[in-house]
Design a protein around this ligand. Structure first.
Ligand SMILES: NC(=O)c1ccc[n+]([C@@H]2O[C@H](COP(=O)([O-])OP(=O)(O)OC[C@H]3O[C@@H](n4cnc5c(N)ncnc54)[C@H](O)[C@@H]3O)[C@@H](O)[C@H]2O)c1
Length: 330
């Protein structure tokens, strides 16, 4: 039985492709993606309705309006902190104005749910443990544009009947990421050097810290956020496992899961837009998602390398996990 018509913008990207794979089991899926970004290896499941196009394009918006989704997962974005510095206007157009347009459309078609993939970057660097009420103080172009998106969602949808979930997603890693992109995804960048059997280049301090979440957990929470009676009509949540890890220990763990005793490490100066540290409390998320148990870093990295070690083509075109095995389980 088909339950809902779900639009996933950015549904060919890293998180979006896995989300689509989970949601397609019980729902009709439309994917809108311009296949421009390279956060993930692009993947579109043939059983989904795919529209290649830009969320800023009026004709694409009309197509969405005609299809009339009940639920919108809005993930399309310029998704890299460092990438935003290459083209700040594009970053703001996509993440800010693009979100404005999709939120306006959600209001117009009176959809049931609007789920927005925001980012930890809205907080900037912080020494304190972050809660959903922490100060918003982005220290990057990307953080500013993602927060602009949040404000548009709030302004446009808060007083409507659309149920809104804004997830401030913390660093997510796992199969399907583009290991050739050295401008997005701390875990994927470091793992890519092991994959290429090259010295591991670390830009910035070894004492920077993050919360690192395996893709399965990120997708699971996003899926469970619809029909979740514990969530308010308008809910903002940190999507994080609440486990602080410093870069130095992340690298040690990457070597451990690969049974490597040592590896050449080159430390370089930091990159623009890279926060020193963020670490969240998972208290509210756990309360609202029945004490959800996250996969720990060691197990997540083991799963990640099971995929990485199967990659045969350097350009990654045929290496998306669902291309290697269409029943792939993240
Ligand atoms: N991966 C993470 O760790 C992380 C952390 C925080 C927030 N997020 C957010 O989650 C979302 C998904 O991230 P991801 O890691 O899957 O990134 P991604 O780059 O792999 O996916 C984004 C997708 O959006 C598409 N896209 C970009 N601009 C578009 C446009 N104008 N029109 C249509 N499609 C467009 C890209 O082609 C890409 O497929 C993004 O909004 C990102 O900001 C991700």
């Amino acid at each position: 039985m088909i339950k809902n018509k779900i639009l996933i913008t950015g549904g060919a990207g890293f998180i979006g492709a896995h989300l689509a794979n989970e949601l397609k089991k019980n729902n009709k899926i439309m994917i809108v993606d311009n296949l421009e970004n390279k956060g993930g290896i692009p993947h579109i499941d043939k059983s989904n309705f795919f529209v290649k196009g830009n969320i800023l394009d009026k004709k694409i918006l009309k197509k969405i309006e005609t299809w009339k989704p009940d639920i919108i997962y809005h993930l399309a974005a310029q998704s890299g902190g460092e990438g935003a510095y290459d083209d700040p206007k594009k970053d703001f157009d996509t993440n800010g104005f693009g979100t404005y347009l999709i939120a306006k459309l959600a209001k117009k078609i009176k959809c049931k749910y609007f789920i927005y993939a925001s980012s930890v970057a809205v907080y900037g660097s912080s020494k304190k443990k972050l809660t959903e009420n922490s100060n918003i103080n982005p220290d990057s172009i990307y953080g500013i544009s993602k927060y602009a998106g949040e404000m548009f969602v709030n302004q446009i949808l808060n007083k409507t009947n659309v149920k809104v979930r804004i997830f401030r997603i913390f660093n997510t890693y796992g199969p399907g990421e583009n290991l050739q992109n050295l401008k997005k995804g701390m875990v994927s960048i470091y793992c890519s050097f092991i994959w290429k059997k090259k010295p591991l280049i670390i830009k910035g301090s070894l004492y920077r810290y993050r919360n690192l979440m395996y893709i399965f957990d990120c997708v699971n929470i996003l899926c469970r956020s619809i029909n979740n009676k514990k969530l308010k009509k308008f809910e903002i949540l940190n999507l994080s496992n609440g486990k602080k890890i410093i870069v130095k220990d992340l690298v040690k763990m990457i070597l451990k899961v690969n049974n490597l005793k040592e590896w050449k490490i080159i430390n370089k100066k930091d990159t623009p837009g890279d926060s020193f540290g963020n670490n969240a409390s998972d208290k509210i998320l756990k309360k609202k998602f029945n004490d959800y148990k996250f996969i720990n870093l060691e197990d997540g990295l083991k799963k990640y390398f099971l995929w990485i070690n199967k990659i045969k083509d350097k350009n990654l075109i045929n290496s998306h996990p669902y291309k290697i095995n269409k029943n792939y389980k993240i």
